[in-house]
Design a protein around this ligand. Structure first.
Ligand code: TXA
Ligand code: MG
Length: 304
């Protein structure tokens, strides 16, 4: 059931979540499949709906920095600085978890990832629910995230009590995940907040040696469209970045600004899926730091 974000529907969504049901919510990054983060049964239904392995931890979404402290047992100063600077917004901090957070939510880890989302609909539902929300991207495991209500997998919508349509995500790719349990902190997943902005806030970050080990959700193959996606140095013809098939049909021209590109990326990959092309080509974006998150998603989408 896809619903408009009326005050009544936001209240209903909050109530459904409090009762242990699942709700698909808009965020400023991608749509999320939400459940009460403190209810292990509800969280297990999220893993089931996504087909996600149980050891892949979820991000806990809360309405404020204070609420974030409530789901952690220790809130390092780096996390406090990052929260003060970027929340509400597309950055998640990994900190030691509080006992109230069940193993199901963190995949058994002693840490928990937390963020305060900026989307007004998401924030309103968080307040209406009155509980922290575990919310992975609203896609089947390994598939494309959705930045628009119509791109959310129908099976995910069916598993939820409702989907609230909040329009397209402004950033279009997932939050930046920063591990604040180590000193200096380091980025486990590049995302909507650029590394340079994180470093401007808390100083130089540690080198990301093996994020796959610390962050089990970071599979090399992820965010994949059905078409076999190939990264190429250059596509002939029109300038700028393009997604297209070998025969040239279904060419999707992409913006040459990294933020604007990110905002359209999943939508473009869903479009490729709808075209049913067996294979598609995408130009490798510039190797400069501002393209880090887009490069990361494209490499994963093209893996294998
Ligand atoms: O923008 C976002 O972050 C979206 C929206 C819905 O908020 N959510 C999202 O969730 O992308 P998900 O489940 O698709 O990705 C969660 C990421 C994974 O890479 C996972 O490994 C990492 O966060 N993560 C979660 N908890 C962690 C923890 N305790 N330690 C290390 N990494 C963690
Ligand atoms: Mg995801």
């Amino acid at each position: 059931m896809i619903l408009a974000p009326t005050p009544e529907h936001l209240e209903e969504a909050g109530k459904a979540l409090r009762e242990g049901r699942l709700v698909v919510l808009p965020t400023e990054t991608v749509y999320g499949l939400a459940a009460n983060a403190l209810d292990a049964d509800a969280v297990r239904r999220v893993f089931e709906a996504k087909g996600r392995p149980p050891d892949h931890p979820l991000i806990v979404h809360v309405a404020s920095l204070d609420a974030a402290r409530g789901v952690s047992s220790r809130f390092p100063s780096s996390a406090a600085f990052l929260g003060a600077k970027f929340w509400p917004g597309p950055l998640s901090v990994v900190v030691p978890r509080a006992d109230v957070v069940p193993d199901a939510t963190t995949g058994g880890l002693a840490t928990v990832a937390i963020r305060v989302p900026a989307h007004p609909v998401c924030l309103a539902v968080l307040r209406a629910a009155g509980v922290p929300l575990a919310m992975p991207s609203a896609n089947r495991f390994g598939r494309l995230s959705a930045t628009r209500a119509q791109d959310v997998d129908p099976d995910i919508v069916t598993a939820a009590a409702m989907l609230i349509d909040g329009g397209p995500g402004r950033y279009g790719i997932e939050s930046t995940v920063v591990d604040c349990t180590v000193e200096p902190p380091r980025i486990l997943r590049p995302g909507a907040v650029a590394r340079s902005d994180v470093e401007a806030a808390i100083g130089e970050l540690g080198a990301g040696s093996a994020p796959e080990r610390r962050s089990p959700g970071m599979h090399p193959a992820h965010y994949a469209p059905r078409a076999r996606l190939r990264l190429v140095d250059r596509l002939d013809g029109r300038p700028g970045l393009a997604l297209r098939s070998l025969a040239g049909e279904g060419q999707i021209q992409m913006p040459d600004d990294p933020g604007a590109y990110a905002a359209l990326l999943y939508r473009a990959l869903h479009e490729l899926d709808r075209l049913g092309l067996p294979e598609a080509f995408v130009e490798e974006p510039p190797s400069t730091p501002d393209w880090e998150a887009v490069r990361d998603r494209l490499r994963r989408a093209a893996h294998g």
